[in-house]
Design a protein around this ligand. Structure first.
Ligand code: BES
Ligand code: ZN
Ligand code: ZN
Length: 491
């Protein structure tokens, strides 16, 4: 750990380790080069009989804490980054077991280890060494385990997003989630709704997207009952589950089209959050909904200019079949209201415009509720997987309600301008609940090297923020004793 410029500060565990070696570690650190800057590392071999390889990583400034400008807890981020770097160094040495220094925050250390070690290589002959990371010492085991569950939740979302579209279809997606929830049967029910059910529900917008594909759609419905009062109003999570987005008849260009296998990132992060909430036994009721289908061109596909009718009776002119996420979410949001949720949060890789606006720094949040915004923002400061508030002005609504043939148009009339905002305004037309947030995760869908503790690939963001948000609701008294929250903040 780096203290003041150049001086050496060891973490508690490292200092104890150093002591047990009569100062050999600090000695070696001094003679092996300049003081370790944040993220820089050294590996020592053969210095301790129980630990053949020891990785030491610079943690950066001591007690950096929450940074108002960065909107995250810098200490936690530094720990995730350093632990991840150390674990990867040892993984490259083909070490099978790693003991990790808690760095005075065992949860962040566990997250750094488990997120940092993850690699999707199921389909390759040559695989990375499977490393089991454990906490060094016996203090803080509960926090360590909590961090492991948060990170494993994100890794589940990464796996689902990264896996190719021919492996993750609506059906296999639903089966995997059902399997992951199997250990929690006493508190969880899984409903895999078929095309016939979707038709009975009059989800015309959802069906208009799936009809171009030979792969049957699935409407996945998860119920987690963790609240002591089983009648307590649930948190409703809704995720966009396009298992492949070709664009449909408004076909996308070929370069990078493969990335659209991750267009179920909303469904992946939402379902992974429900799995994690169940594993953590959070005292809250959660309903997770995921409309799952492919968006494909074919002789049966929806054509530009077609008009479809959503579950709530509103008609939609589909001028661009590539703006399909809002169509499937429209029906899922209408349906979700029957559960009388305390809050609705939908998550979607909705618009390329969101990536243009914020890049991969933060998830864009469009919400009609200041309370919900505060809850989400607080959670994201803790996890470092940040959110940033975006506008839901009437200005944008008028751009989607102006349609030649129908009540709504699925693209804004100034098509490219404010694309993330017009998409959000469109979704709002299907929400009557006072506490709703739409999270556009298109910008944070994949990682090159921006988040140092995530390898290149689909990111699984912002699963940990969703879990921390649900945990925050569960442990606050806002939800207890009331069936619905607050008063409508909509006009
Ligand atoms: N899934 C895409 C959005 C997307 C793009 C996610 C890049 C992640 C990375 C979405 O279905 C889409 O194609 N949106 C269109 C909307 C447009 C036609 C109004 C877009 O953003 O171009
Ligand atoms: Zn699309
Ligand atoms: Zn899409």
């Amino acid at each position: 750990k780096e203290g003041e410029e150049g001086s050496l500060h060891l973490t508690e565990a490292a200092a104890r380790f150093d002591q047990s070696l009569s100062g050999k570690l600090s000695e070696l650190l001094k003679i092996s080069g300049p003081a370790l800057k944040k993220g820089k590392s050294r590996v020592f071999y053969g210095i301790h009989e129980d630990f053949p390889c020891v990785a030491i990583v610079g943690l950066g400034k001591n007690n950096a804490g929450v940074c108002g400008a960065e909107n995250w807890d810098t200490s936690k981020e530094n720990i995730r980054q350093a632990v991840s770097a150390g674990c990867r160094l040892l993984q490259d040495l083909e070490v099978k077991h790693v003991e990790v220094d808690a760095c005075s925050d065992a949860q962040s250390a566990a997250e750094g280890a488990v997120l940092g070690l993850f690699q999707y290589d199921q389909l390759k002959a040559k695989k990375k060494t499977k490393v089991s990371a454990q906490l060094h010492g016996s203090a803080d085991t509960a926090l360590w385990e909590k961090g492991v569950l948060y990170a494993e939740g994100q890794n589940l979302a990464r796996l689902l997003m990264e896996a190719p579209g021919n492996h993750i279809t609506p059906t296999t997606f639903a089966n995997i989630i059902e399997e992951k929830l199997a250990p929690h049967v006493e508190r969880v029910t899984v409903k895999k709704r078929s095309q016939a059910w979707i038709e009975e529900q009059h989800m015309g917008a959802f069906l208009s997207v799936s009809k171009g594909s030979d792969e049957p759609p699935v409407f996945l419905e998860l119920h987690y009952s963790g609240a002591p009062d089983s009648t307590q109003a649930p948190l409703l999570l809704v995720g966009k589950g396009i298992t492949f987005d070709s664009g449909g008849i408004s076909l996308k260009p070929s370069p990078s089209m493969d990335a659209m296998r991750a267009d179920m990132g909303g469904a992946a992060t939402v379902c992974a959050s429900v799995v994690t909430a169940a594993a953590l036994k959070l005292p809250i009721n959660i309903i997770g909904l995921a409309p799952l289908c492919e968006n494909m061109p074919s002789g049966k596909a929806t054509k530009p200019g077609d008009v479809v009718t959503a579950k709530n009776g509103k008609t939609i002119q589909v001028d661009n079949t590539d703006a399909e996420g809002r169509l499937i979410l429209a029906d899922a949001l209408c349906y979700g209201h029957i559960f009388n949720p305390a809050a609705i949060v939908n998550v979607a890789t909705l618009t390329g415009a969101m990536d243009v606006a914020l890049g991969s720094a933060a998830t864009g949040v469009f919400t009609n509720s200041d309370w919900l915004w505060q809850q989400l923002h607080r959670a994201s400061v803790v996890t470092g997987d940040r959110v940033w508030r975006m506008p839901l002005f009437k200005h944008y609504t008028t751009q989607v309600t102006d349609s030649q043939l129908a009540d709504l148009n699925n693209i804004g009339k100034y098509s490219r301008s404010g694309g993330a905002c017009t998409a959000a305004a469109f979704l709002r037309e299907f929400v009557t609940a006072p506490h709703w947030a739409h999270l556009d995760i298109a910008g944070v869908m994949s990682n090159k090297d921006e988040i140092p503790y995530l390898r290149k690939g689909m990111s699984g963001r912002p699963t940990r923020t969703l879990v921390e948000f649900a945990a925050g609701l569960a442990h606050s008294d806002t939800l207890i004793g009331c069936n619905t929250l607050g008063v409508a903040s909509q006009d």
